[in-house]
Design a protein around this ligand. Structure first.
Ligand code: BGC
Length: 410
């Protein structure tokens, strides 16, 4: 491995944890470019578009030759995988356009694969479309790290996959599908739409590297229009009025006729609507109200003071519904962008204190569980919680990169 090998002793300070996180990420990338979610948790031995894209974002952000190269290899794997299942995607587009119902297992692009690009064989329904949006967004971020001529050369091989995804997402975005937590396949998750907006609104940036590529330019126009429709849909269906502040905030699911017990609930995944996807700036009242509600409902101390991390959502009972490191990192990134540097650094400290003595960062930890009664059920079902979770390490790397860029960390 070629990350900084001068920092090797397990001292759990930021410098060491950062280098260790890069080591964990690179160690979990296969020769094919795929990045598995976790090496020692059976259910997560796959490469997800979502996890992998967030990880590739951290790799590109880090900006070292070996991390840029790892990001390039991941993008190559995604590109090859999407092209391989092109007929499935075309069939899904045709079915939706003909008003037919999609089978969520056999008719759609899968969301996770073996490192060789075979769809996972497990019980989780593979119909999740957020990861395709995340990937388009992250591909645009990656290209920004390259010389424009190099980006143009690399993207030459990507046009088909990009155009296919623009059509696929354009056809399917209003079809209920499983959210980023693999749940509620009967609903449309606001964070899924945010990911699609994030990716589709960056297709124009990708097309700009390839002037004269008419097909890509047309796709960029289509993508822009779909992104606009998605944003309008979120405003109409994915917000409610907060009685505390009398302002609107984003909701976990787009309401519609039957939001049921989740009506008005928030989820920490809504943070991504602001950063990275940029649907609204961090100081927009919709975002500030959403962040305040997330702090009230999903952070035990109610504030970013470093005594608690972020839950996914209030009724989460998976492994007892603990606090997720990756979401805490994104909360910190958003607080940083909102000017709360003390909060961002306090949350960084919380994440660092959750690392195992060897520096591994788990998916979630258990000081403030929503449902302590459910922890053993999950341990008996699937074993100890995933540790390390590569996405936790990547989100930590993103946070450190941004604190360093802001001059707040050495
Ligand atoms: C999470 C997904 C994630 C997967 C692998 C699941 O528990 O809900 O968001 O993609 O783990 O990390």
């Amino acid at each position: 491995m070629s990350v900084d090998s001068t920092v090797t002793s397990p001292v759990l300070n930021t410098g060491w944890l950062y280098e260790n996180s890069l080591r964990v990420i690179l160690a979990n990338q296969a020769p094919t470019g795929a990045i598995i979610a976790s090496p020692n948790f059976g259910q997560y031995g796959y490469s997800w578009f979502r996890d992998g894209a967030f990880i590739a974002l951290a790799l590109a952000d880090t900006g070292r030759p070996e991390t840029i190269e790892a990001a390039r290899r991941f993008h190559g794997w995604v590109n090859a995988t999407i092209r391989r299942y092109r007929d499935l995607a075309l069939n899904a587009i045709a079915k939706v356009k003909a008003g037919q119902t999609l089978d969520p297992v056999t008719d759609v692009l899968h969301c996770r694969y073996t490192v060789d690009g075979e769809p996972s064989q497990d019980d989780w329904v593979p119909f999740q479309i957020d990861g395709f949006g995340t990937w388009l967004y992250v591909l645009a971020e990656y290209c920004q790290r390259l010389e424009p001529a190099q980006a143009a050369t690399e993207l030459a091989g990507y046009s088909d996959a990009i155009v296919l995804l623009v059509d696929y997402l354009g056809a399917l975005w209003q079809t209920p599908n499983y959210d980023c937590w693999e749940e509620h396949g009967d609903k449309i998750a606001t964070s899924t739409l945010a990911a699609l907006y994030g990716g589709l609104s960056r297709v124009a940036d990708l097309a700009a590297y390839r002037p004269g590529d008419g097909v890509l330019e047309n796709a960029a126009t289509t993508a822009k229009n779909t992104a606009k429709d998605i944003k309008a849909y979120i405003l109409a269906k994915g917000t409610v009025l907060d009685p505390v502040s009398a302002q609107r905030y984003l909701t976990k699911y787009c309401g519609g006729a039957d939001p049921g017990e989740l009506a008005g609930a928030v989820d920490s995944n809504l943070l991504w609507a602001a950063v990275p996807y940029g649907l609204w700036p961090v100081d927009d009242p919709l975002i500030t109200t959403t962040v305040e509600k997330i702090l009230r409902d999903l952070v035990a101390s109610g504030q970013p003071d470093g005594t608690a991390g972020a839950h996914r959502y209030a009724r989460d009972s998976y492994f007892g519904g603990g606090e997720w490191l990756l979401l805490t990192a994104w909360l910190a990134v958003v607080r940083l962008d909102q000017g709360d540097t003390a909060g961002a650094k306090a949350l960084l400290g919380w994440i660092e204190r959750q690392a195992s003595p060897d520096g591994d960062m788990p998916e979630q930890t258990f000081e403030h569980m929503n449902r302590p009664d459910m922890l053993n059920h999950w341990i008996e079902t699937w074993g100890e919680v995933a540790n390390p979770l590569v996405w936790s390490h990547a989100s930590y790397v993103t946070l450190v990169n941004r604190l360093r860029s802001a001059g707040l960390l050495d």
